[in-house]
Design a protein around this ligand. Structure first.
Ligand code: NAP
Ligand code: MG
Length: 495
């Protein structure tokens, strides 16, 4: 606690339960949610959940802000507010990253760089779209008006009030992913962050107000998914839900949205493949495979948790990979040297460990890791399981921990493709080879929203990201990420 900046210390003394109509307010729900530091298991914060009437108030504030000037604000003014918001995120990145590392144990070096460079850049990128959201003119209506004295054009309008429901694994970036396109389109939001990571959300909302974004455009309600999240998803005052989280909860969101047929976009789980061909540059590919799996201790949706390695290089790859995994610095999230933090909770750690044990029982060979360490905190070591195959749960199911399933392939590329496409997911993936023909064949064959060649999961603001199959509906990032926040209006004129 003593190592924190003064801003962070002050913030931790304040009430972060609700942010409605530009102000913090105290929640009136019954339940209290504890926030635990995953690095040592100690309690850091207690949060009162929102009640249904708190959620109603947030939705009403978002509607009122939407209707009273936000949806019609001149593009250059809206873009200017977003640029100032981005500048403030950068300016406040120290406190924000301390809070993020505290609430979800992201190593501080990763938090700082994500918030300062990536989050601010993402908002700036979408600020650049504000004055480029434009429709078309459509010529001719031959049967109706042969004299051609007719014009049709389209215009985009903001979809309205958005409920954004986000997970705990990168809390600031998850908020920013919703805020960028929503603000650029002129939508207002009610955001429900994960109950176990509530600390950063209100800080970000306050920066939006400081930037001059009108009160009521960004509202935060906190609390449990099955109560607060469920009520918000079913709320008839909401026009659209933007959800990031598990596939199982995504399906519940879809059902809850049917009442008023809200628009729904979903960013869900993944089981992304990382394929190393024998001609790949192994000096690049093997460290990248480790990074792609172990980044955020495997608690990220695009994690490459299935490694497909050609039989001719298998021995060499697993040797180097084992060395890398064993050399990774795990430790307290606030230590700048830490590469791997703990898992988010003891429950998560037990689930990850059970999946590892089951994989070994099913014939997987543990190369390293796979043991719960002694001592405080919810740490789990980088774990490599060799000899896995398509029928095993460890190859099919998301683990959300630092666990890599390694499968060997031979020269039958069609069999490899069938295996790669066998999971219910289709989020990310990468192929590593110097042969461009082989790489492009794999790009065409892999059923996922993103495929990298000699790079894994490019989270670049302009590049669409999202899932095929049960990894989601729609895309975030880029122009495609803006479209779910817009509705098109066709205007027809007879003159
Ligand atoms: P989760 O359990 O699905 O929770 C996500 C959010 O939904 C949380 O805010 C949660 O609230 C809320 N929620 C839970 N039940 C709900 C319900 N019935 N109605 C409405 N909201 C509800 O996911 P998680 O465990 O936090 O995050 C891990 C998952 O997210 C993984 O599957 C991962 O792959 C996925 N993810 C995907 C992406 C992507 O871009 N594709 C990015 C990051 C994570 P509470 O936490 O308060 O219960
Ligand atoms: Mg959850």
């Amino acid at each position: 606690m003593n190592n924190f900046s003064e801003t962070t210390k002050q913030y931790l003394k304040s009430d972060s339960s609700l942010f409605i109509d530009g102000k913090r307010c105290t929640a009136t729900g019954e339940e209290i949610t504890p926030v635990i530091n995953a690095c040592n298991g100690k309690h850091i914060y207690s949060l009162r959940d929102a009640s249904n009437s708190d959620v109603d108030a947030a939705v009403a504030a978002a509607r009122s802000a939407f209707n009273s000037g936000w949806k019609t604000m001149a593009p250059e003014q809206r873009a200017g507010l977003m640029l100032e918001f981005a500048r403030l995120i950068d300016e406040h990145s120290e406190a924000l990253s301390e809070l993020e590392s505290l609430e979800c144990a992201t190593p501080i070096s990763i938090s700082v760089s994500t918030i300062r460079y990536w989050c601010a850049a993402f908002i700036r990128y979408y600020a650049g779209w504000v004055d480029k959201i434009q429709g078309d003119t459509i010529p001719g209506a031959p049967f109706l008006y042969p004299d051609n004295q007719f014009l049709a054009y389209t215009k985009y309008e903001p979809v309205g009030v958005v409920a954004a429901i986000t997970p705990w694994n990168a809390p600031v970036a998850m908020l920013i992913l919703k805020l960028g396109p929503a603000l650029a389109s002129g939508c207002s939001l009610v955001i429900k962050p994960a109950e176990i990571t509530p600390l950063t959300a209100i800080y970000v909302a306050e920066l939006a107000i400081k930037a001059g974004i009108p009160a009521g455009v960004v509202n935060i309600v906190q609390g449990k998914g099955e109560t607060v999240g469920q009520y918000l998803s079913g709320h008839t005052g909401i026009d659209k839900i933007s959800f990031t989280g598990s596939t199982a909860v995504g399906k519940r969101i879809v059902i809850a949205a049917t009442g008023n047929l809200k628009k729904v976009s979903l960013e869900l789980g993944g089981k992304s493949p990382f394929v190393i061909f024998p001609d790949a540059n192994l000096e690049d590919a093997v460290p990248a495979a480790a990074m792609a799996c172990f980044f955020l201790s495997g608690q990220n949706c695009m994690a490459a948790t299935r490694l497909y390695v050609h039989e001719s290089i298998h021995g060499e790859v697993i040797k180097v990979l084992t060395n890398i995994a064993e050399a990774m610095e795990s430790g307290d999230a606030l230590n700048p040297k830490t590469q791997l933090g703990p898992l988010i909770s003891e429950k998560q750690r037990q689930q990850v460990h059970a999946k590892v044990e089951k994989a070994v029982e099913a014939g997987g060979v543990l190369l390293t890791g796979g043991k719960i360490p002694e001592g405080p905190g919810f740490y789990y070591p980088p774990t490599l399981i060799d000899n896995t195959e398509v029928s095993m749960d460890i190859v099919q199911q998301e683990v959300f921990g630092p666990v890599l399933a390694i499968t060997t392939f031979g020269d039958d590329i069609e069999a490899l493709i069938t295996d790669i496409n066998s999971t219910i997911y289709g989020l990310s993936g990468s192929v590593w080879t110097k042969d461009i023909n082989k790489a492009l064949k794999m790009v065409d064959a892999i059923d996922s929203g993103q495929v990298g060649i000699n790079s894994h999961a490019a989270l670049i603001p302009g590049v669409p990201f999202g899932g095929n199959k049960q990894s989601g509906w729609g895309r975030e990032f880029g122009y495609e990420g803006l479209l779910p926040y817009l509705k098109i209006k066709a205007v027809t004129i007879k003159y």
